[in-house]
Design a protein around this ligand. Sequence first.
Ligand code: FS2
Ligand code: SF4
Length: 537
Amino acid sequence: MFCFQCQEAARNEGCTVRGVCGKDEETANLQDLLVYTIKGLAYVCNKGYLDEEITDYIPKALFTTITNVNFDKNDIISYIKRGVELREKVIEKLNLNREELPKQATWTYESDEDIIKMANSDEVRILAEKNEDIRSLKELITYGIKGIGAYLTHAMRLGYNNEEIHKFIIRAFSRLIESEDVDELFNLALETGKYAVETLALLDKANTETYGHPEITEVSLEVRDRPGILISGHDLKDLEELLEQSKGQGVDIYTHSEMLPAHYYPFFKKYEHFAGNYGGSWWRQTEEFEKFNGPIVMTTNCLVPPKDSYKDRVYVTNEVGYPGLKRIPEKNGKKDFSEVIEHAKKCKPPTPLEKGKIVGGFAHNQVLALADKIIEAVKSGKIRKFVVMAGCDGRHKTREYYTEFAKKLPKDTVILTCGCAKYRFIKLDLGEIDGIPRVLDAGQCNDSYSLVKIALALKDAFGLEDINDLPIAYNIAWYEQKAVAVLLALLYLGVKNIVLGPTLPAFLSENVAKVLVEKFGISQITTVDEDIKRLVG
Ligand code: FS2
Ligand code: SF4
């Protein structure tokens, strides 16, 4: 196996024996074959055919290969088979000559053993591309598109879609098969950013039109005395169905990790049994799930390989998979949570973890409602700078940097955050400036678009030409491929001097990293003091 798609890649080079995330070699190789097969499908589609079965399949199949989503080789094999089936349909519809098609679009199998054999062959591996810079650009684009696939899946689940994004995916993937041109690939990476912006905007529309605009909300961190169900991941539709089905059943629903911002939406406030948030970011789940005592529903990433002590309480849905975990059944397109609810009733209430509350809900609509106050505070010098500290959390000790950074930031700065990166500082009491909290949480990593919208609105309000003239600095923590999509989105929007950490991606070759530094001023975190000096002054 060879995988270097996330921030925790072994030695910041790549996982070669077993993923730091827990992904085993066979599953990693099958995921490579799945991406290879999706690219082959995209190639034939790009000849002039696309239908709903394909636009439904590609984003979900990509989502399956994102870090901490699916560890079950049987699920991956099913996705591969479906990809080959769809590809064959397209070849037939367009009457394509197989002799003229690349191997990605023609390889086939007769048995599961054939699939495993193909997955184990070097040609599907990332390292099959021998030129380091071409490989780097191709993987940068692939990971950005994986992120787009995940965001698009969420929007589509709420009934929102945009054909142009699907068309971009098939065009980009077919260029990844054919192109060996560094300039073309670099431009394609920026174009990936453009479609990441489109996808984030679509998801924002889907979420806010379905559940209302997030508003300032206090979320309890305490537990009640009834059994509970813990829901994690990012899928708001699953939460809606779970809340609806568990009403009046004597159980409470708690959010975990990236599901916390669901509390900020007006729609979910009507559920009295929607109790609060339990725990912190994804990597703490092995301890927290143990203590929760009740069933846990993983709707998307990040799943950590479960311990035997609580494994029988973890349920998965959507693209999430892990051998031996129970899957939520679906009936007529709706999830059936009855088994989870019955399971909860037999469990003890959650063990208390902490006291107090989190205040959040500062997505674009809410922040813009406070715009006058914020602009006044900037003009009077009470707010010197906004610092975007968004993105992902991770388990490495180096991420303590972000807690220190937040603590040491001067008192006249405000942190704009979203994603699970916030757990490094959201529970600290960092105070307020004229009633404006010093940490403004816009939501999940899925809500990164909010921060873009806020920046663009402030640019207009201050009458600035360039987004880089705003008093906003970017210190972004990344981990998985959705963060790659967000980074490309920011670059496409022209944001310069982003500080990235805790490390630069292992998939950036020296030359590609150099171009990003020269063109966009991207750099890696250094020390807290030095970074505060260069970002805030
Ligand atoms: Fe956090 Fe994990 Fe949100 Fe990422 S829960 S790192 O995949 O999606 O951000
Ligand atoms: Fe390693 Fe990350 Fe790939 Fe997992 S997803 S195998 S931790 S690089």
